[in-house]
Design a protein around this ligand. Sequence first.
Ligand code: GMT
Length: 378
Amino acid sequence: MKIGIVCYPTFGGSGVVATELGLALSKRGHEIHFITYSQPVRLDLLGSNVHYHEVTVPEYPLFLYQPYELALSSKLVDMVKLHGIEILHVHYAIPHAYAAYMAREMLQEEGIYVPIVTTLHGTDITLVGSHPFYKPAVTFSINKSDAVTSVSKSLKDDTIRLFNIKKEIDVVPNFIDFSRHKTHFEDCQRWLLAEESEKIITHISNFRKVKRIPDVIEIFYNIQKKIPAKLMMVGEGPEKADAERLCKKLGIADKVVFFGNSHEIDKILCFSDLFLLPSETESFGLAALEAMASGVPVISSNTGGIPEVNIDGVSGYLSDVHDIDDMSKNAIYMLSDDERLKTFKSNARTESAKFSIDKVVPQYEAIYQRTLTTCDYL
Ligand code: GMT
């Protein structure tokens, strides 16, 4: 199949999922066309089956806001016609599902029908999409998609609760491509960051309010009072500066490393002992799954889709959102006994295998096939 993939090309989870999916589909013989405003961060492999088309928005002084959706929908029309793309798979509803709908309408005028598969990722539904500013357009474009998928059962339930949805939603979970996710390094250079006796705790996110960054710092503050440890904070975002200030205030700045965005997530995870994800809400928690795949157990909040990934008492522990004491207690319990920690690490790896990409890609292929054979136009 010739598949057009639209996503946010940045470090966010939805862009990572879209990119890894596109690469896996290309390995299975499909022709993949990424259509985004810059090359996706994990797209390191441009081969004969993988193409990247940049969406540019010409600046015009009359516009206070440059019309990205318009540029994207025109680009989609052009690329579908030029490359014979058969399906558009858009990740994150805003504004991608809306732009794809416009493109499909324009193409239909010319006798071309391209079905749209929309994958809902989380904040496009729970935070941004349900805002009254966007809700009518998001509802409309979800209902007009030929197929809709969500990355967890929890996100499907949220979508049905928050929107008037008339389409069936297929749950297709996020995944790990174990062939690309490195778990073994000859020398992961742990010694550069911590003493042999110190445990390494890691948090990876886009440092937005929803991630509850101050909780990460406070949990670590409690841990290091009992167990020698270092905290690795990976990512960039609006909460980062305050987080650095909080570390100074608590007198732990020398125990916390702020990395910024990194292309070496696998390497950082390879020397981590514990992953913290105390988010307010999380439709899935791809960062937690990536940690588990590297054998890193997870201390997380019990919210959204996280309990579908992190199994309480097995791959880590779940606590109520903002229950810093419970999260700290569980972390200290795991870290204080090496044998126990080893068991949690091994469990985390085993649980992550349930989300192997090999189980997930065929689900998307079946959905593509279904939209091609059942779309209204045929
Ligand atoms: O984590 C973020 O805020 C980024 C966001 C995105 O769309 O890139 O992540 C969402 O999609 C990920 C991939 O499906 C999920 O793993 C994250 O849980 C979800 N984030 C939230 O729901 C807050």
